[in-house]
Design a protein around this ligand. Structure first.
Ligand code: NAP
Ligand code: G4F
Length: 332
């Protein structure tokens, strides 16, 4: 009997890579999508017919309960969220409802249907926020700096609480930033690599950015989804930090991406105060020693290769006769 997994957020960056991985492993994959007025399946187009898509929304308890009850999965991966930090200041209530109480709704659905279902929650290094120690580990206290970070902190603790209260196999991966050619266009890596491609091909001349001094620990999303699966295969449910242990600034990112295309970033990049955040997370760097020891975590793609891969993919997309729709398009 194949194992069955429910993946929420299957139309997102991580959802698409995780669905691929689970299919490779022989799982029956049920992807949860929310009702939209137009299709939004670009990232999983290549998996069409292999992923069973069901509609449910994190805001709607009954829809979540129905999916869990009908599918009776062995594993649930909760990747759905309002994931863009700046939007969490303009829509703080909705962010909390999706990202925090949405997780309670899902956990409670699981608890009511079958307590043997294993649950993965997508926690975030944004919970460390104004960092209390460097590098950050599973023991580092949280100090979130945005409504997004606050919502993810609630979600993290409700996952721990359901594990402790109901003996669920419910775990949280505290993942640091991970990127790919499927990253939404509003996130800084993809905004930069798409901007570089457009400038290189003469489709644009400038790129406006916010804080160039912020540091992030960036890795490749394809590497990170493997650890989500591994966390649910352990004998004991535990939470893990997943990171590369290397931190680079947004300025380094810009230099690497423009350099990869043979461009001088100083001729094209402008800073725009409107893109600064009300409260910034200045410097993130993770210590994933526990995951390395217990899960065999070892990221295959380093920062330079990641950014090169993203620039090349955006160049190819813009050169295509009819460029595929860009996922996650945004005005920011
Ligand atoms: P993403 O590309 O923005 O994907 C988010 C997914 O959530 C999309 O499929 C989206 O559906 C879905 N979604 C949003 N609101 C929903 C709702 N109310 N009901 C059902 N589905 C909903 O994000 P990602 O980068 O793949 O990240 C996956 C998860 O990991 C998120 O929870 C994120 O917060 C977390 N995380 C990400 C990173 C990172 O660096 N990527 C790091 C740490 C944690 P639509 O397609 O319909 O919008
Ligand atoms: O790419 P970002 O928008 O990602 P951020 O805020 O770190 O959040 C991402 O990673 C989290 C994990 O730590 C996830 F939980 C979350 O869902 C998301 O995937 O911004 C990265 C940094 C920030 O410091 C920001 O101020 O880049 C800086 N930045 C500078 N100029 C910019 C820009 N960010 C964006 N989005 N756009 C800019 O023009």
């Amino acid at each position: 009997m194949p194992r069955r997994a429910v993946v929420t957020g299957v139309t997102g960056q991580d959802g698409s890579y995780l669905a691929e991985l689970l299919l490779e492993k022989g799982y029956e994959v049920v992807g949860v999508t929310r009702r939209l007025s137009a299709p939004n399946l670009e990232r999983i187009e290549h998996l069409r017919g292999r992923v069973d898509l069901r509609q449910a929304d994190l805001l709607d308890q009954m829809s979540l309960l129905s999916v869990i009850d009908e599918v009776r999965p062995h594993e649930v991966y909760n990747l759905a969220a309002m994931s863009f930090v700046p939007t969490s200041w303009t829509q703080p209530v909705l962010t909390g409802d999706y990202n925090a109480q949405g997780v309670t709704r899902l956990l409670d659905a699981i608890r009511r249907v079958d307590t043997s279902i294993r649950f993965y929650q997508a926690s975030s290094s944004e919970m460390f926020g104004k960092v209390r120690e460097t590098p950050q580990t599973e023991a580092t206290p949280f100090h979130p700096r945005s409504p997004y970070g606050v919502s993810k902190t609630f979600a993290h603790y409700i996952t721990v609480n359901y594990r402790e209260s109901y003996d669920l196999f419910a775990v949280a991966g505290i993942l640091f930033n991970h990127e790919s050619p499927r990253r939404g266009l509003e996130f800084v890596t993809r905004k930069v690599t798409d901007g570089v491609a457009r400038i290189k091909l003469g489709l644009a001349d400038r790129l406006s950015l916010g804080n160039l001094d912020a540091h992030r620990d960036w890795g490749f999303a394809g590497d990170y989804v493997r650890t989500m699966w591994r966390m649910l295969q352990q004998d004991v449910p535990r939470d893990y930090v997943i990171a590369t242990g290397v931190s680079r600034s947004v300025g380094d990112l810009v230099e690497t991406a423009f350099g990869h295309a043979g461009l001088d970033w100083r001729e094209h990049v402008r800073t725009d105060p409107a893109l600064l955040r009300p409260a910034e997370v200045d410097h993130l760097i993770g210590d994933a020693s526990k995951a390395r020891a217990e899960l065999g975590w070892s990221p295959a793609v380093d920062f330079e290769r990641l950014i090169g891969m993203m620039v090349d993919a955006d160049l190819a997309r813009h050169r295509a006769p009819t460029p595929p729709l860009a996922v996650g398009a945004s005005t920011r």
